[in-house]
Design a protein around this ligand. Structure first.
Ligand SMILES: [Zn+2]
Ligand SMILES: [Zn+2]
Ligand SMILES: [Zn+2]
Length: 171
């Protein structure tokens, strides 16, 4: 995702994770947004927290806590697992990152600060993760649940498969 060819993709576009785009601008915008949201929430985006968000944004790819820790350790942030876990906890609690259960990993949120019910589109080869709108899927789920006399309090919608680049690489 380092291709800087002009692209009409906007930050948060579900296709962004899977398509070439101006990633430098995309990352800068996401970090600026995170700074703003933390300031509003009175939360501190410390250097290590900010760096972890940057790592998650790097390739629009989900990363496991130990992979994050390896990167932090290499950069002198410390070798103890809590360093990574605390930063990831912070980012998820502030809505800046999501936990991707399928991969037991974390991905930067594409729509921080906005109410959204995403369907995570997870590439099983490169672990790129995009957030598509899950509004329609969620409504269908609520209907099916209601028919079973069940009231949905929350749902994690994860779809897995292959992104275009990985599909083409296999072809
Ligand atoms: Zn990007
Ligand atoms: Zn999100
Ligand atoms: Zn892929």
């Amino acid at each position: 995702m380092t291709d800087s060819s002009q692209s009409p993709l906007r930050p948060g576009d579900p296709a962004a994770a899977f398509s070439p785009h101006d990633h430098a601008a995309c990352t800068a915008e996401a970090l600026k947004r995170a700074d703003r949201l933390c300031a509003v929430a009175g939360a501190r985006l410390t250097p290590v927290r900010r760096r972890v968000l940057e790592l998650l944004l790097e390739h629009h790819r989900a990363m496991g806590a130990y992979e994050v820790l390896d990167r932090l350790a290499a950069e002198g942030f410390g070798h103890q697992p809590p360093v990574a876990y605390r930063a990831l906890d912070f980012l998820t609690s502030q809505g800046l990152a999501h936990r991707i259960r399928r991969l037991n990993a974390f991905a930067a949120c594409s729509h921080p600060g906005q109410a959204h019910a995403p369907v995570f589109l997870i590439c099983e080869d490169c672990h790129a993760v995009a957030e598509a709108s899950g509004t329609v899927v969620r409504a269908a789920l609520d209907d099916a649940a209601a028919a079973a006399g069940f009231s949905v309090a929350g749902a994690t919608l994860e779809a897995y498969g292959l992104c275009r680049a990985c599909r083409e690489a296999r072809a």
